[in-house]
Design a binder for this molecule. Structure first.
Ligand SMILES: Cc1cc2nc3c(=O)[nH]c(=O)nc-3n(C[C@H](O)[C@H](O)[C@H](O)COP(=O)(O)O)c2cc1C
Length: 125
């Protein structure tokens, strides 16, 4: 959200949620082209204040996902758009196979059939 107090708000909420010992927080980070960068200080503070699993999503790649997990700032990274043209995303990541791209983004917002949403094939070597 475009809001000057958004990080303070999230931090307060995470501290309050922590009191309930909930299993995880999943942050859907801003994913548009000129989205604001999530500051490292926020990530570190969140890690300190929330005891259980932290999941993030939004424009991550295999590399940036591995990086943020290695830095122990989060526990899990979710993928959205990569999964649509790559139903075998995990295998592709694991084997360093090339990733397919979404052919027509208009098909993502509802269509009359499976075309462009669930008809992408798995990788064939
Ligand atoms: C077709 C499509 C529609 C989406 N619609 C919304 C939405 O209405 N509200 C929202 O907060 N996020 C929306 N998202 C973002 C996803 O919830 C998720 O955060 C994002 O796809 C994850 O990032 P990634 O796709 O870069 O891995 C949408 C994503 C896609 C692909």
């Amino acid at each position: 959200m475009e809001d000057e107090e958004i990080l303070d708000t999230f931090m307060l909420v995470s501290k309050e949620l922590n009191k309930f010992d909930i299993s995880y927080i999943h942050l859907c980070e801003a994913d548009w082209d000129d989205a604001p960068i999530v500051p490292l200080s926020f990530r570190e503070e969140l890690r300190e204040s929330f005891s259980n699993t932290i999941i993030v999503t939004g424009r991550y790649t295999k590399e940036t996902a591995n990086e943020i997990i290695k830095k122990d700032l989060v526990d899990l990274v979710g993928f959205g758009r990569y999964y649509i043209p790559n139903p075998d995303l995990v295998q592709r990541f694991k084997n360093n196979w090339p990733l397919a791209e979404i052919k027509d983004s208009h098909t993502l917002f509802g269509g009359r059939n499976e075309v462009g949403f669930s008809d992408y094939p798995s990788y064939i070597e």
